[in-house]
Design a binder for this molecule. Sequence first.
Ligand SMILES: Nc1ncnc2c1ncn2[C@@H]1O[C@H](COP(=O)(O)OP(=O)(O)OP(=O)(O)O)[C@@H](O)[C@H]1O
Length: 363
Amino acid sequence: MIRFEGAAKRHPDGTVAVRGLDLEVPAGKTTVLVGPSGCGKTTILRMVNRMVVPTAGRVLLDGTDVAGLPAARLRRGIGYVIQQAGLFPHRRVIDNVATVPRLLGWDRKRARARAAELLELVGLPPETARRYPAQLSGGQQQRVGVARALAADPPVLLMDEPFSAVDPLVRSGLQEELLRLQAELGKTVLFVTHDIEEAIRLGDRVVVLREHGEIAQLSDPHTLLTAPADAGVAAFLGRDRGLRGLGLRGAAAVPLTPLQPSYDGWELLLDQDGRPEHWARGTERHPAPAFAPARDSLRAALDAALLAAPGHAVAVDADGRAVGTASRAAVVEALATTPAPTPATGTATAPADAPERVPHAGR
Ligand SMILES: Nc1ncnc2c1ncn2[C@@H]1O[C@H](COP(=O)(O)OP(=O)(O)OP(=O)(O)O)[C@@H](O)[C@H]1O
């Protein structure tokens, strides 16, 4: 657990970056710091690994003041991922990832074996291991950055805008990857972003900051969306809060209708494996938007039903095979009956609202 006790940073020129922060970052969860540019997010993050030394107050890691720990040892126990990945350009990907295990004294073979395992964990094909960072895409580089931060299996991961330099689709994939990894690894993650959507998607807890690192609100994403603390937070959250909140609620309760031969003259065409291909009426062909009730959100289900030409979303199993359909009315009914996620569970188990996870979603 990380604990900030009146942690403040005042720069020599008099700038108050952080006035005095009291915050507990629980173990095994993702806590996201979000707020406008210059509000002190990076300063707060760097107080944890002592890249910034507080001018007042302290930061405790599992009860120990980090000021009393040797910086090198402290940092080896903390994974750190930054924008643009920060990889060593002259080292191959595998050696980038093996850096910290090597520093910890592992022999080369063992460090490389661990690195190869991590590259697979973050979804990179084995052939990327021998390349240099410049030979990878931005999204792949970020994955290497995450693998490198995880190499020594640190309990704590600091992530400073790690995905903000990549395009939205890649970014969404990286976010999904982090959710998957975190469900598996349960690290204590402190994540900085200026993007409220990213905060809502990734955070078990979201800390909305205003100037000088002051906490405007600290809550789970659902509470943040439905009950912003004040007009400033509501403005920062932006529009469509209700709709976006649907992205945090699972689609499992949507009542499904067994597949029918015809839907008001529309026929659902499946491929040979039973995956939805098109809605067809005469010579007309339209995409067949789908959702997976077991893992997608109510927002994804509603979106699929709204987009489908006949007004029915196709429900698919984990392999993308059609298992039934849901009318717009059925999805709306589920909106009224699906309970909101409880603050205790946050979003750790809630589905992410990820369009690219839905096969044949037609988006
Ligand atoms: N070395 C420095 N000297 C003076 N002021 C500084 C210094 N470093 C940071 N600041 C100021 O401290 C404040 C907080 O900076 P910080 O980088 O923590 O903000 P941030 O929320 O991470 O911003 P961004 O989202 O733009 O990265 C800013 O006003 C910044 O200008």
